[in-house]
Design a protein around this ligand. Structure first.
Ligand code: CA2
Length: 147
């Protein structure tokens, strides 16, 4: 039976590919989903790929993943910098592995993006590598863990 991974996307990621290609590249969220589906298939994962502009949806989906999934890839968008609720939700589903992804290098941008509320609760974080970060996160979830 395929193992399920939830791939969760936060606010404004539905606008990818339509604005600010200099920061986020030209890929749309649908394009990222296609990339993820290909990678997931090769790894034997079944994926739930979702996006919401509402913090509570993301919190609910983290809890749902806690019951159904073997891992979570989350690009929390701007909620990554602000959401204690998402931090707590990720802790609530421990030890489910969570990989935080940001397309842009949040450390090379405005100071308010340098902090992640998610990273301390996550297994790891990938940022600044573009949309390939999602694919690398799936690889990380598939890899046998040494820690
Ligand atoms: O780099 C990332 O993946 C981010 O999570 C993207 C978020 C941003 O708030 C984070 O700091 C880093 C933004 C999502 C997309 O927002 C857009 C804004 C304008 C045009 C297109 C997308």
């Amino acid at each position: 039976m395929a193992k399920t991974v939830f791939i969760l996307n936060g606010p404004n990621l539905n606008a990818l590919g339509k604005r600010e290609p200099g920061i986020y590249g030209g890929e749309t969220l649908e394009g990222i989903e296609t990339l993820c589906r290909k990678k997931a298939e090769s790894l034997g994962f079944d994926i739930q790929f979702r996006q919401s502009n509402h913090e509570g949806d993301l919190v609910d989906w983290v809890h749902e993943a806690g019951e159904k999934a073997v891992g979570i890839v989350i690009n929390p968008g701007a909620y990554g910098h602000t959401s204690i609720a998402l931090h707590d939700a990720i802790r609530a589903v421990a030890p489910l592995p969570v990989v935080e992804v940001h397309i842009s290098n949040i450390h090379a941008r405005e100071a308010f993006r340098h902090v992640s509320m998610i990273a301390p609760a996550a297994k790891g974080m990938i940022c600044g590598l573009g949309t390939i970060g999602y694919v690398l996160a799936l690889d990380a979830l598939a890899a046998p863990r040494s820690v």
